[in-house]
Design a binder for this molecule. Structure first.
Ligand code: PMP
Length: 335
């Protein structure tokens, strides 16, 4: 019999999907790693599993213990599913500005959910600092203790991407991958995959696709950490400081990509290839197209399809919301 023993075994080993339209347009083979097929429906299930397993190995997470994390939502969803499966509990701190669908999902899964204002990183009430504070509170009073997952600086995040996502991409392409591009939330995916691919072949070209208003395209382009112009509605990506995971990334190309440039890729994918993805996937695909233009036709470029579009139906696929932001509206919703 071929069976999965538990939900952890459903994480990873996702297919590499040929993205037809952008491949035809660029003359490259552009492939998307179908991370939306993970049980929590995002790339962040891998991070959640990597952090939990590392904490178990280090003896930091006791049976029955609590895992606390600040998240844009997807890591919280992964951590909560895994906490339920492995006998832990989870506390999730999230900015109130994140999509209603992610908040609903976390409530559905039974997370101890704390919504906080969307403030700057320097504010002590920022969701990351709130998570650290709550983890300390819980550690002091819960019978089995609590840990703070620290996905931004915890290198277990990039390590699971190095050992799974990156190795899978190398195997699935028979080592014929020429480039890899993704956006950054914590930097776990970019650092892990770039480390794995460059260990196999240092010539593999790595690109960061940064949403408008984020600072990493300038950081990797010029060494200076300053935000690009504009802002972005894409959730889970776009940061203005160098995290512990970002510091491990090996990057050759950096672009700032506007929502107006990225969204048509998302709408075209849904309308003509039957795939409904979230906003960070649009930034990633736009980045893959930019790398294809730099490398020229005939190359193989991989990116990440991070999560499903229905997680953002009230924003990305809402004509009123999009029109208010002066963003393109999908033709079939433009009524
Ligand atoms: N896309 C989405 C939808 C996410 O939630 C995240 C993580 N916050 C990312 C992309 C970025 O992944 P990473 O944290 O590995 O940089």
């Amino acid at each position: 019999m071929q069976t999965a023993a538990d939900v952890t075994q459903l994480i990873g080993n996702t297919p590499l999907l040929h993205l037809r339209q952008v491949s035809e347009r660029t003359g490259c083979t552009i492939l998307g790693k179908a991370e939306f097929l993970n049980p929590g429906q995002s790339v962040k299930d891998r991070t959640a599993l990597g952090i939990i397993r590392a904490a178990e190995r280090a003896g930091e997470l006791e049976p029955g213990g609590r895992i606390v994390e600040g998240t844009a939502g997807n890591t919280g969803i992964g951590l909560t599913l895994l906490a339920n499966a492995l006998g832990y509990s989870s506390t999730v701190v999230m900015p109130i500005t994140q999509s209603k669908e992610k908040i609903d999902t976390l409530e559905l899964l039974g997370a101890d959910l704390h919504l906080v204002g969307a403030t700057s990183y320097t504010d002590p009430n920022h969701y990351i600092h709130t998570a650290e504070r709550l983890a300390n509170d819980y550690a002091a009073r819960e019978p089995h203790g609590a840990i703070w997952a620290r996905q931004f600086d915890n290198l277990a995040n990039m390590e699971i991407h190095r050992d799974t996502t990156g190795e899978e991409i190398w195997r699935q392409t028979d080592g014929k991958v020429d480039g890899f591009v993704c956006a950054v939330g914590t930097g776990g995916t970019l650092a892990g995959v770039s480390t794995a691919l460059k260990a196999h072949n240092p010539a593999v070209q790595i690109g960061i696709a940064d949403p408008a208003g984020a600072s990493l395209s300038s950081y990797f382009g010029t060494g200076e950490l300053s935000p690009s112009e504009g802002n972005s509605i894409m959730e889970g990506i776009g940061i203005n400081h160098v995290t512990g995971n970002v510091a491990q990334a090996r990057v050759d190309h950096a672009w700032s990509i506007s929502d107006a440039e990225a969204l048509p890729y998302l709408f075209d994918l849904l309308q003509h290839e039957g795939l409904c993805l979230g906003g960070s996937s649009a930034i990633n695909i736009a980045g893959a197209v930019k790398l294809a233009a730099e490398l020229g036709p005939g190359h193989t470029i991989v990116t990440i399809l991070c999560d499903y579009g229905n997680r953002y139906q009230s924003k990305l696929f809402n004509p009123v919301f999009l029109r208010n932001k002066d963003l393109p509206v999908p033709t079939w919703l433009d009524i």
